[in-house]
Design a protein around this ligand. Sequence first.
Ligand SMILES: NC(=O)c1ccc[n+]([C@@H]2O[C@H](COP(=O)([O-])OP(=O)(O)OC[C@H]3O[C@@H](n4cnc5c(N)ncnc54)[C@H](O)[C@@H]3O)[C@@H](O)[C@H]2O)c1
Ligand SMILES: [Zn+2]
Length: 389
Amino acid sequence: MNEKSVTVSLSGQPHRYRIELGYQRLRAAGDWARACLAPATTRVVVVSNPKVFRLYGETVRESLEKAGFAASVFLMKDGEKHKNLRSHEQLLKFVSERRLTRSDAIVALGGGVVGDLAGFGAAVYLRGIAFLQIPTTLLAMIDSSVGGKTGVNSDFGKNLIGAFHQPHGVLIDVETLRTLPARELTAGFCEAVKHGAIAGRELFDRTARFLETYKIERFRRFFADENFPAALTELLAAQVAFKAAIVMNDEREDLARTDGKSRKILNFGHTLGHALEKVTGYRYFKHGEAVGYGILFAAELAKKLEILGENELKLLNGVMQRVGRLPDLRNIELENVISAFSFDKKNIGRSLQWILLRGIGRPVIVSNDDLPESAIPEVLRKIFAKRFS
Ligand SMILES: NC(=O)c1ccc[n+]([C@@H]2O[C@H](COP(=O)([O-])OP(=O)(O)OC[C@H]3O[C@@H](n4cnc5c(N)ncnc54)[C@H](O)[C@@H]3O)[C@@H](O)[C@H]2O)c1
Ligand SMILES: [Zn+2]
């Protein structure tokens, strides 16, 4: 059996839960849910969207029913723009109409959008009920389903309304990645490279080796290879273990912390990433793709400031060549990106901070005030000149 599990121990509630990984595990989702939840749990609401539910929903629902749960299904519309307060309210209405009690649970089946909305619903309904995650995108598996951040977007900004609410369990079935669109896969692998870059050579090399062995262009076809599900499970388990370790060390992202193990370092590649998403109205890039450019940029900036060596920059650029194509930067004005940085600055109420690298696995937080003024535009120009088209 190619099964793995990562245990997350926290000070909040629940104190401890497991992230289970493996191949073809959805059929046993009911037994898994039974093991995660209190014996008194009778009702569950599965939150998903039509696209994911069509692929995997009935398998999960049947399995939950077989394990003795009364399972009903709430489908939100697909897409980031529906991760909002309106959908949140609709979910709460649905859950209360189904008469879920404090001992019942919400199960998220889908990507990060579904997970964030479902988790936030579970966080506030009756002041918090149990929550399970079955992530079905690479990004949700290695990133958004780990760490307990839940929430929705609003007119005030992305992800600004939310709560920390840890799940009672996470079930990752790597087989669901077989149907994931190519761009979503690339976006997820950008976050995987990000984790490798800040974690250290072990995770970095493991991720790079995987991408070398299993070329992303042929990802789906590898499911026919008997070693592939185990290799994928192992990579994802290592990725999840890294994120879980950071979260356990800094559960609520302590703002005062600036050390190399704080939750903040997970924002490596995200300063430019967010700016690119913002100047393109959140419509052009998948979040992970924008982070992909952010990684290339942060590494180049670190090299320019002479804190990262040439060889490690090459290693990072090398692995980024294997994550798949990033959308080109042709129609994006460099000046707009620079203005977006200053918006970010206003938003956080203090000077912009850059997460840079001294080496693979050696992240460092640098204040924008400590950089020579010309550094950002110069490096940005260099990244834009490559354009990756
Ligand atoms: N909570 C956190 O800590 C955290 C961390 C990172 C990102 N996020 C959030 O996650 C969201 C992005 O998540 P995402 O990248 O998973 O996007 P997503 O949830 O929008 O999913 C991407 C697309 O893939 C489809 N899909 C999902 N699983 C599929 C499958 N197995 N086969 C085929 N199609 C499938 C979805 O329907 C959607 O169209 C953002 O809202 C972001 O803010 C949260
Ligand atoms: Zn991200």
